[in-house]
Design a protein around this ligand. Structure first.
Ligand code: NAD
Length: 270
């Protein structure tokens, strides 16, 4: 039901996944199970979130075939460097108690440490060893991506960045399109701050949908993958019920006009 973005032959990233930032380890299992019941097959965690254990447990006990669930985790800023990255990955895999992750991301480039190229080489080894089915980055700007391409020739499968109607990042998204990097939006709902926007409310009323569904549908129609977060069952279900309506050209133009370079999350960490 949910379309997927092909990262490489046989490796497909569901366009709608479930974000679990700030869900405690002992609560994340229930949230992930609710998401699976609602039809999600993709979970986005990270070392930083301190809930890999609960996510792995939920995946392993879900009754779903492992190959039907897409699990992403991320390397934290204090683990940059070749050997450090290999060790960090081992720890994450141990916490998840899985044989393999589907996508391993460098969480932030941390240019002040200047080690993300070595870190990227370590992710290349993890990919070659078959312990991650795809590797990518998060919060990388064009200059960081260009450097990875120049120095290693290995294209990240994904760049996960803050992206929503207030922050449309067309230059970065164009760079992704030109180089074959999938765009995955974090805080795709602008953390709920867009829901009283008049443009979004008017489009939602026109289609009989919620503001969250309008914003997520906009992402999907623009080819982004999204990982909205909620712990509320009806919202979890709402955020994946996006495939029985479509935005028209007027809607898309009105949402395009909301672009304001406005961040709701961190612009750099580390
Ligand atoms: P989001 O845009 O998904 O917003 C989440 C908030 O919006 C929820 O806490 C809830 O309050 C509200 N919400 C969600 N669905 C709703 C609905 N249908 N109706 C009304 N309100 C609703 O923001 P987020 O949690 O910051 O981002 C989502 C995921 O992205 C995270 O869980 C995490 O997995 C990932 N993320 C990654 C990074 C990164 O640096 N790579 C940074 C932040 C988040």
């Amino acid at each position: 039901m949910v379309p997927a973005i092909e990262l490489s032959p046989g490796v497909s990233l569901p366009q709608v996944g479930f974000g679990v930032y700030k869900i405690p380890d002992d609560e994340v299992g229930a949230a992930v199970r609710t998401a699976f019941d609602a039809g999600y097959r993709c979970v986005d965690t990270a070392t930083l979130y301190a809930n890999e254990r609960g996510v792995g447990e939920a995946v392993r006990s879900s009754g779903l075939a492992r190959e039907d669930v897409f699990v992403t985790t991320k390397l934290w800023n204090t683990d940059h460097g070749y050997d450090e990255a290999l060790r960090a990955f081992d720890r994450s895999l141990g916490e998840l108690a899985l044989d393999q992750v589907d996508l391993y991301l460098i969480h932030w480039p941390v240019p002040s440490a200047d080690r993300y190229v070595q870190t990227w080489r370590a992710l290349g080894k993890i990919l070659a060893d078959g312990r991650a089915r795809a590797i990518g980055v998060s919060n990388f700007g064009e200059e960081h991506l260009a450097r990875l391409l120049d120095e290693t020739g290995v294209v990240p499968a994904v760049n996960q960045v803050e992206l929503h109607p207030w922050l449309q990042r067309s230059a970065l998204v164009d760079f992704h399109r030109r180089t074959g990097i999938a765009t995955q939006a974090w805080s795709p709902l602008a953390r709920g701050k867009l829901f009283d926007n008049e443009t979004i409310l008017a489009i939602a009323a026109k289609h009989g949908k919620t503001p969250a569904q309008v914003v997520l549908r906009w992402h999907v129609e623009n080819g982004h993958a999204v990982i909205p977060k909620s712990v509320t069952p009806h919202r979890i279900a709402e955020n994946i019920a996006l495939f029985d309506f479509a935005l028209d050209t007027d809607d898309l133009a009105a949402i395009a006009a909301l672009d304001a370079g406005r961040h709701v999350g961190s612009q750099s960490r580390g």
